[in-house]
Design a protein around this ligand. Structure first.
Ligand SMILES: [Zn+2]
Length: 192
């Protein structure tokens, strides 16, 4: 009865949770800012561990290369518009997206496997399952009783017991898929 597909994870839960910080670290460890920057334009060696290139920000029309990438620190700074940060910020600026999207873009582009949810999350889900199953069972029972309350006056005057049962079955099979659909929708709302 209970669908065992995982509930949708909201963006908020995703970006504030333990999993996000862990994933962010995995991505930052796996990519190098100089390589990512090269993907957005030409960056040239500029003494020491620095690279110089045009700003990756689409609306900064950088005529002279103003963006410096510091390889050792894995950071960048644009001396034209003042933007600075790490590789996630760089992708965020270049793609015009938020940090979590930048992280997903990099993970996909470089085939980085993101860490799974921590064991504590799975333990919590497992603990809650019996409660959820019980709630589902109760909801089904409430629906069943409601349906029969509607049905009962309709068949009260039918003498033939077999016919009464058949009518009940008809109503049940006609209405049950609709009821199940309602339950599913209700659960989707609850999960978001
Ligand atoms: Zn700039």
């Amino acid at each position: 009865m209970y669908s065992n597909t995982a509930p949708e994870v909201s963006t908020e839960e995703f970006t504030t949770g333990y999993g996000f910080r862990k994933s962010l670290k995995a991505v930052k460890d796996a990519v190098s800012i100089e390589e990512v920057a090269q993907g957005y334009g030409e960056f040239r060696q500029s003494g020491g561990d620095r690279l110089l290139g045009r700003c990756v920000l689409p609306n900064h029309e950088d005529q002279t290369p103003s963006m410096t990438v510091y390889v050792e620190e894995q950071r960048f700074k644009c001396y034209g518009c003042g933007e600075h940060g790490d590789v996630i910020d760089l992708v965020g600026l270049a793609e015009g997206c938020e940090a979590w999207e930048a992280m997903m873009i990099l993970a996909q582009r470089y085939g980085i496997e993101l860490p799974g949810r921590p064991d504590s999350w799975h333990r919590k889900q497992a603990r809650q399952k019996p409660v959820r199953d019980e709630l589902d069972r109760m909801r089904v029972e409430v629906l069943r009783r409601r349906l029969f309350r509607i049905l009962e006056p309709m068949v009260r005057d039918v003498e033939d017991e077999a016919l009464r049962e058949e009518v009940a079955r008809e109503v049940w099979t006609a209405l049950w898929p609709q009821a199940e659909h309602m339950l599913r929708e209700h659960r989707k709302e609850g999960a978001s």
